[in-house]
Design a protein around this ligand. Structure first.
Ligand code: UGA
Length: 435
């Protein structure tokens, strides 16, 4: 099939590259001429595991192209994916100016039957607005609008795209439905479902899934906080709970709150959608409140431990990205931790395997950025862990003790065994477990 993908953020680029991998001709469009030129020269603009290999192969074999020219892409394609940003706009509701702007442009460019697909996370009713924008200049027989929300996790987005648990397609058109089925069949040969539904339900599914997952994590964060007070161990509780097949083991890890570009924005957007429909979705408000508090959990613990003397301390910080295997720092708990530490007058020596430059751009020399995890410890009074990169999982504890002025660790991701840390002589304070 001939596919255009408008927007080359991580969703658009992964989508375009993976469709090229199954033999389609894909042309990706972006207004950023610099970025397009880089991609034309074979440079992948984001860090996403495995993407570079697929990108290189499909570009070399001529199935993956890049342009700034929307008309060129429209002429060359019979399906067009919209993978554009939907940032929180006024009052936190998703801002649709990019999506509707491109839809308007498409209305003057489409000349043959084309399926226009919302891939971005967009509020219920957006497909109807895209339809309305298109129909202004275009015969209804020449297009269908489809909602096809993405469920990709950053860091494993390629794998998630190639082997999805499910594909959700919202459409009221038989013709579009068949095209979408053909497009996605290669990815669900294992038997996972392509679930067809109406447009509004597809749009709602995305928000419901993300908000449910954010609620689940938040619930576990509350259980963890209570475990600390009640003398229980959240790790044991998590295993005990997760073994119930109705609950399941995944996505139950407490920590320093959820971050990233999706959960915070989507929970807020769903709460706003509820409000617009005169529905008080109480759980979502609680989830947002608790998460705002949880992001400061490590900073709170440091303040409690050091009291006023925190201002004279140097804190080593491991992990800046909002989660491992990405350089994305949007809504990263590390940023909230740094803000509080700097406010308290403490020094911060930080290390992250991928995200350092993005954080340096915010803090400049207010934070000392280190080349590796051990350098961050040199002369620091304690270590705070905020992101669970694999490289932090089995460190050289003896070396850590030599480098830190005191053997003290605050772990926001529960990476280490409690008994082992006690034997190694660390004061080890984690989330939902007894120090
Ligand atoms: C999330 C969803 O998982 C994807 O399905 C969805 O497509 C994506 O948002 C999106 O809307 O685009 P992502 O934001 O990449 O993906 O990250 P997750 O792996 O879901 O993690 C989100 C946050 O939850 C992170 O801050 C992570 O540290 C936290 N988390 C996750 C926990 O604190 N505990 C867990 O057990 C799992």
């Amino acid at each position: 099939m001939k596919i255009a993908v408008v927007g080359t953020g991580y969703v658009g680029l992964v989508t375009g590259t993976c469709f090229a991998e199954t033999g389609n001709d894909v042309i990706c469009v972006d207004i950023d001429a610099n970025k397009v030129e880089q991609m034309q020269q074979g440079k992948v603009p984001i860090y996403e595991p495995d993407l570079d290999v697929l990108f290189e192969r499909n570009q070399r074999q001529g199935r993956l192209k890049f342009t700034t020219d929307l008309k060129e892409a429209v002429d060359a394609s019979d399906v067009i994916f919209l993978a554009l940003p939907t940032p929180p706009g006024e009052g936190g509701a998703a801002d649709l100016k990019y999506i509707l702007g491109v839809a308007k442009d498409l209305s003057t460019l489409i000349t043959k039957y084309t399926v226009v697909i919302d891939k971005s996370t967009v509020p219920v009713g957006t497909a109807e607005r895209v339809h309305a924008a298109l129909v202004e200049n275009l015969d209804e027989a020449l297009f269908d609008v489809v909602s096809n929300p993405e469920f990709l996790r950053e860091g494993v987005a390629v794998d998630d795209f190639l082997k999805p648990d499910r594909v959700v397609i919202g459409t009221d058109s038989k013709r579009a439905k068949e095209k979408m089925r053909r497009l996605y069949e290669p990815f669900v040969r294992s038997g996972n479902p392509i679930i067809f539904m109406d447009l509004r339900s597809a749009e709602m599914t995305k928000y419901a899934a993300n908000s449910y997952l954010a609620t689940r994590i938040t619930f576990m964060n509350e259980i963890a906080n209570l475990c600390e007070k009640a003398g229980a161990d959240v790790d044991a509780v998590r295993r005990g709970m997760g073994s119930d097949s109705r609950i399941g083991k995944r996505f139950l890890f407490p920590g320093v709150g959820y971050g990233g570009s999706c959960f915070p924005k989507d929970v807020q957007a769903l709460a706003i959608t509820a409000g617009q429909h005169d529905y008080n979705f109480k759980i979502l408000d609680a989830v947002m409140d608790v998460n705002t508090r949880q992001r400061f959990r490590i900073a709170d613990k440091l303040e409690q431990y050091y009291g006023d003397s925190l201002k004279d301390k140097t804190i080593a910080l491991w992990g800046l990205a909002f989660k491992p295997n990405t350089d994305d720092i949007r809504e990263a708990p590390a940023l909230y931790t740094i803000d509080r530490l700097l406010e308290a007058g403490a020094q911060v020596r930080a290390f992250d395997p991928e995200a350092t430059e993005h954080v340096r751009a915010i803090y400049g020399d207010k934070v000392t950025f280190c080349e590796d995890q051990y350098t961050a410890l040199r002369g620091s009074d304690c270590l705070a862990i905020v992101t669970e990169w694999s490289v932090f999982r089995t460190p050289d504890f003896d070396r850590m003790k030599e480098l830190l002025t005191e053997p003290v660790i605050f772990d926001g991701r529960n990476l280490y065994d409690l008994q082992r840390m006690q034997e190694a002589g660390f004061h080890y304070d984690s989330i939902g477990r007894q120090p």
